[in-house]
Every structure is written in structure tokens, then in C-alpha cells.
Design a protein around this ligand. Structure first.
Ligand code: RB5
Length: 147
């Protein structure tokens, strides 16, 4: 039996319920590193985006999932970190291209934007699609160059 991949996951209060649903639905497939939040109590999405990015930076997980109400704030926070290529996805096509072309290592979801089934579909596609490489290698390399 092959080891389950470790997926870091973090959400603010707006993403809390979707995070819990993903933890339950994918328990057999992934080992989750759950970085919170752990309730509906109001909190700051930036704290959770940074926490997930730090987990990736420290090698605690190679890939992750971040969730807030829109998915925007938490992905902005995570993308401030060089090790992170977080892609905010609202459908499976975005999730597929995020992996194929951008080699995204973090899936960002907006719990108030998409339904649970669409979120699950995005998780399925994101974590089963490989980076296409080729002409996209140099493009992704340039993402590491700041301004
Ligand atoms: C929280 O109310 C909300 O602002 C947050 O979840 C997210 O949508 C921010 O981008």
C-alpha cells in the first residue's frame, strides 16, 4: 500500500465548514495537516494563508488547500510566499489548468462562491492532474522572479 500524501489545509471562519467537509470526505485518500481555524468564530484569513505557506516552506507538506469566504484574501496571503503558487479555482477547468500549466501547489477555494460538490470536484481534479512541463517550465520559473 502506498503512503497517503500529506496535504496541508487551512481556512478562516468563512471556509471552516467546507474545510471540515473536505477533511471528512478525503480522510481515506490524504493525510491532512490541519492548520485551523477550528470554529466559526471570526478570525483573520491572512493568518491562515501565512500559516499554510509556512508549512509548505518548511516541507511539512508539498501541497495544500486554503479556503476563505471568497478564496481571494487567503490566496493573496499565501501567494506572498515564494514557495507557494496558490490558484483560486471556481470550477474543474480552472483546477485542471492550475496544475497543467501553472504547477500550482495550493488549491484556493471560496466557500461562499462555489457549492460543496464543485469544491470536491476541484479537489479531485487538482490532486490528480500532473504538471505538463515543456513550454510551461520556463514560464513557471519566471513566477519566482520578483519585481
Ligand atoms: C470574511 O468575512 C471574508 O472577508 C473572508 O473569508 C474572505 O472572503 C476574504 O477574502
Amino acid at each position: 500500500m502506498t503512503a497517503k500524501p500529506t496535504i496541508a489545509i487551512a481556512a478562516d471562519h468563512g471556509g471552516f465548514f467546507l474545510k471540515q467537509a473536505i477533511l471528512t470526505a478525503y480522510a481515506a485518500r490524504f493525510d491532512f495537516l490541519d492548520l485551523g481555524t477550528n470554529s466559526e468564530e471570526s478570525c483573520n484569513y491572512a493568518d491562515y494563508g501565512h500559516a499554510l505557506a509556512e508549512a509548505i516552506e518548511r516541507g511539512r507538506a508539498r501541497q495544500g488547500i486554503i479556503i476563505c469566504g471568497s478564496g481571494i484574501g487567503i490566496s493573496i496571503a499565501a501567494n506572498r510566499h515564494k514557495a507557494v503558487r496558490a490558484a483560486l479555482c471556481a470550477d474543474v477547468t480552472m483546477a485542471r489548468f492550475a496544475r497543467l500549466h501553472n504547477d500550482a501547489n495550493v488549491l484556493a477555494l471560496g466557500a461562499r462562491i462555489i457549492g460543496q460538490q464543485v469544491a470536491f470536484d476541484c479537489v479531485d481534479v487538482f490532486f490528480s492532474t500532473a504538471f505538463e512541463g515543456g513550454r510551461h517550465e520556463a514560464r513557471v520559473e519566471k513566477l519566482n522572479t520578483g519585481i
